[in-house]
Design a protein around this ligand. Structure first.
Ligand code: BYC
Length: 307
């Protein structure tokens, strides 16, 4: 009975709130997805943090710093949204460290040049926006509201990345070559961010039924490609896909086959930087223990004073 009423609410486009009844599988599905999303934001600070000290101007450095801080904020909104489902932050971090929780495959690729800051902002944030604009309409209230705030900041992130690429593309031949090289390395991993093809996506069925996801992985990937091809053309860069071609009948670009072996290898912990990313997170977490202890002691003291 509960289950039928729950589905009726979803079908009527009503949001599910933390105290509402929900099937256990819905709760678990959300904890998995929202925590993966939160971990992505936090681990995603590493490839960009790598370039803060080497930004080519004070302006570029301030913008990059602000962007990386925004990612931390997004992680915190998402951890908070996830905690409303009855799991603690400690447990979520433990799941990440134990390899039980995933984060986006894209952050396991290295950032080798300043142009990569452009590619990350333009393509990675660009892909994230396409996914997250769709998730603004997700059925779980706290996740949906978090997405609204996050999307506003992501559009600034995407533009700062595109600005870097546009500047480099019209710079010296060496700068243009760096921009093209960054696009070559980040293109395929960026379109893999949308996950496996619908036919290989075990989670999509329930996610669509419960309106957690509003569009499938393939639909979102296609939207992103359609939006991005023209942006590359405008700044004179070439998308590294010889099969990319406008299909007038579909009103969409046809594109080449992704390397799914590479995708699953990165998802399963064997990408170029998986071990390094996790080791860095563990180290930072251990080094921050004194801050958590101090905050807890302070909260306890306030409680004693209040009583
Ligand atoms: N990477 O059935 P599927 C940012 C896993 S950060 C890793 O399609 P689902 C930014 C998937 O988890 C924002 N794993 O699953 C930060 C599942 O494994 P489990 C990044 C992936 O959930 C700093 C299995 O494969 N955005 O913007 O329906 C700087 C089967 O997949 C991936 C998010 O995190 C992947 N790419 O759909 C710059 C988005 N793809 O859990 C920028 C939030 C699939 O069953 N997440 N897997 O063991 C989502 O929207 C969805 O979870 C996905 C996958 C579309 C990723």
């Amino acid at each position: 009975m509960n289950e039928i009423k729950f589905q009726e609410r979803i079908d009527a486009e009503k949001k599910i709130e933390p105290k509402d009844w929900m099937p256990d599988a819905y709760r678990k599905h959300l904890i998995r997805q929202i925590s993966q999303h939160a971990h992505s934001e936090i681990i995603g600070m590493q490839p960009e943090g790598n370039w803060i000290t080497r930004a080519p101007s004070l302006r570029a450095k301030m913008i990059l710093l602000a962007k990386v801080q925004d990612e931390a904020g997004h992680g915190l909104y998402l951890y908070s949204a996830c905690e409303t489902l009855g799991i603690s932050r400690e447990e979520l971090v433990k799941q990440l460290h134990d390899g039980k929780a995933k984060y986006s495959s894209i952050f396991n690729y290295p950032t080798l040049s300043w142009a990569d800051m452009g590619a990350v902002g333009w393509l990675v944030d660009g892909a994230a926006i396409v996914n997250q604009v769709s998730l603004q309409r997700t059925s779980y209230g706290p996740y949906s509201r978090g997405m609204v705030k996050i999307c506003k900041e992501e559009s600034f992130h995407q533009r700062q990345g595109y600005e870097i690429m546009a500047e480099m593309a019209k710079g010296t031949p060496e700068q243009k070559a760096m921009a093209q090289d960054a696009l070559n390395r980040f293109w395929w991993p960026s379109i893999m961010m949308f996950g496996p093809q619908d036919s290989d996506s075990p989670r999509t069925g329930n996610a669509m039924k419960w309106k957690i996801k509003r569009q499938t992985n393939d639909d979102l990937r296609q939207d992103f490609i359609n939006k991005t091809v023209g942006q590359a053309e405008l700044i004179g860069l070439t998308i590294p896909d010889t099969d990319l071609k406008w299909n007038a009948e579909r009103g969409s670009y046809d594109f080449g086959e992704m390397d799914w072996d590479e995708f699953w290898s990165v998802v399963n912990g064997n990408g170029p930087c998986n071990k390094q990313r996790l080791a860095h997170h563990k180290k930072a977490h251990d080094e921050g223990k004194w801050v958590r202890d101090a905050a807890k002691a302070h909260a306890k003291k306030q409680e004693v004073v209040a009583n």
